[in-house]
Unconditional design. Structure first.
Length: 123
């Protein structure tokens, strides 16, 4: 899924940096400035909520979109993540709906009004 999502976003003009584990995401987050993080809750080697908490401890204003296949009630999930995640998008949703959320949180280019194409770590 990570590779498909990366290709889709790159095709839409967004520069993507994808990682496979929560540990990789946290290490990269400390090394490289990103405009946005797309985060799954079920990660190899790490709980996605731990990664979310790490990101928010290090940069409380950094936008994080949870992109998850967790079957929990979406409303419950959104309430649980209030104040930590900026948005929750289910993997069963269209990629276009994820793209809409991404564009809301990417900085706008001063000349074109288009979103910058900065790296987005995918975990």
């Amino acid at each position: 899924m990570r590779d498909i999502l990366s290709l889709y976003l790159q095709d839409k003009g967004i520069e993507v940096t994808a990682v496979a584990t929560g540990q990789q995401a946290m290490e990269l987050f400390c090394q490289v400035p990103f405009d946005l993080t797309i985060l799954d809750l079920n990660l190899a080697g790490e709980d996605g909520l731990d990664v979310l908490n790490f990101i928010k401890r290090n940069d409380a204003k950094h936008p994080v979109i949870i992109f998850t296949g967790v079957d929990d009630d979406v409303l419950f999930l959104k309430k649980a993540l209030v104040g930590r995640a900026n948005a929750v998008v289910r993997k069963m949703s269209s990629l276009a709906s994820l793209l809409t959320e991404i564009r809301q949180y990417l900085p706008k280019s001063s000349s074109t009004g288009e979103a910058h194409s900065e790296p987005v770590p995918l975990s």
